[in-house]
Every structure is written in structure tokens, then in C-alpha cells.
Write a protein that binds this ligand. Sequence first.
Ligand code: ADP
Ligand code: MG
Length: 280
Amino acid sequence: FWFAESIRDKKFEDLYELGKELGRGATAVVYKCIAKGTNQAWAVKILDKKVEHKTVVTEVGILLKIEHPNIVQMKEVYETLETVYIILELVTGSELFERIVSEQYYSEEQAALAVRDIISAVDYLHKHDIVHRDLKPENILYENLSQDSKLKICDFGLSTIVSNKVSLVTLCGTPGYCAPEVLKGNNYGKSCDMWSVGVIAYILLCGYEPFHSDNEPQMFKKILKGDYSFDSPWWDEISNNAKDLVRKLLVVDPAKRLTASAALKHVWVTGMANKKTHME
Ligand code: ADP
Ligand code: MG
């Protein structure tokens, strides 16, 4: 079997030319790459199995079938003894976070469009029984640099492909987007993603985090209590419908939190977003 392994070991390098680094997260580094013999550019997410103590499980096929306009498409997965290579659709816009920082805050209409894109993707994943578990602005990318670019969620389903013992809280880096039940180490389900959507919606509307604190223990406490507010003057001009959606998402009890399909029907999401539609 030695030669079978070595063929597998060569596969990614044989088929792709590695390009510049596009970004990195808690678990992986993502590079641009070109499929050899073509001009087609892709992104490749490279995971070091030794560093992360991870093993790839076999249900990759399910994830390869995931196809939605607001989800970064996964193309292929290669695995060697040490490394996992995930070939992804290349997106060329910035991270949502970078736009938040550069524009400070969005108009409500822009926020509603962004939230609609994110919830559409989450709804689709949930319908396929996939929980994202790490929704945060770094994992939400603009397809391109145009003002009306749609958003794409990346970094989903890794928990399904890769089994690991690293707790989600460690993986989170910052607990700012983590649902209370996740922080508590309780069993959690799809609804934890909707908490993260609530946090992201809040930030898009006012430009700062709902559970912002000087230190992490303080932030944990606030999240566990669902202790946030619509502070004046930042929230004075924001519509009641927008606040209503945030209120229904940042609910400590996951059973009482709005689901993705219900959130898609929320009047703020439908009303605001329908004023303007994306160029497809
Ligand atoms: P991690 O699991 O380590 O968080 P991610 O999948 O989030 O890794 O990727 C890390 C970063 O790489 C992202 O925040 C983003 O900036 C960039 N990135 C990820 N996927 C793509 C892609 N398909 N096209 C372009 N950049 C990407
Ligand atoms: Mg990430």
C-alpha cells in the first residue's frame, strides 16, 4: 500500500499551483491556487492534521453537494497523512468584518440585505442538518468588491468533515459571537447559529458589539445573561422592526430564539431587503 499513499500524497501538488495567502483563521491557512493546465483560480484551505490533531471523516460527499448562492462552494478535498486540502470557490471581496471597520456602520437597508444573505445561507445549511457553529464576520465574505456584492459564508461544516476534540469555545477565539448555551458547554443545536446572526445584525446596525466588555469574564457574564441594550444615541434612529429582529435573536433560551426560516420572513428582513435586490 505504500505507493497508494504516495500517490495520494502527491495529488494536490500535481493538480494545483499554489498561489498567495488569502487569509488565515484559527484552524487553517487559505491560499489562492490555479488548477494546472487551466487559468481557473480557486482557493485552497490547508489544515495541518498534526497541529490540530484532526482526522478527516468520510462524509465529505454531503458537503460537496452543498450548493447555495450565499455559501462558498466546496469543490474537492484531498488528504495526505499530514494535511487536508479543501478546494473552494475563490471569492475576491473582503471579509464582512473589514467592511464594517472601513465603513464603521451600514445603512439599515444594507444591513438588512447582508442579514438576509446570511440567514438564507444558514436556513439552507440547517435544512441539510448542518450547524455552522462559528458564524462571525471573518467567516462571511463578499463575493467581489462591488458595493452590491452578495455575501458568502465560508468555513462551514468543518466540524462535519473534521472531527476534533478542541472545544468550540477555544475555537471561537473571541466568545463575542458564541451563544450562551455553547459557552456553558451545554448541548447545542441549530439555534446557536441564530444567536450569532443576532450579534452580527446588532453590529451591522450600530457598529459595535452587543456584549462588548473590557475583559473576557465580563463578556461571558453578559452573554450568559443576554445582557445587552439599544444604547442612546446610537440606536435612536434605528427602526423598531430592526430592534424587534435583534430582540428575537438574542434570546438566551435557544428554544425561544427565532429559527432561520422564521427570521427570513421577519418584516424587517423582507421589507428592507425587498427595496433593493442584488444583481445576480
Ligand atoms: P478557519 O477555519 O481557520 O477559520 P477559514 O475557512 O475561515 O479558516 O478561512 C480563513 C480566512 O481565509 C477567511 O477568514 C478568509 O479571509 C479567507 N478565505 C477563506 N475562504 C476563502 C475563499 N473561498 N476565497 C477567498 N478567501 C477565503
Ligand atoms: Mg474562519
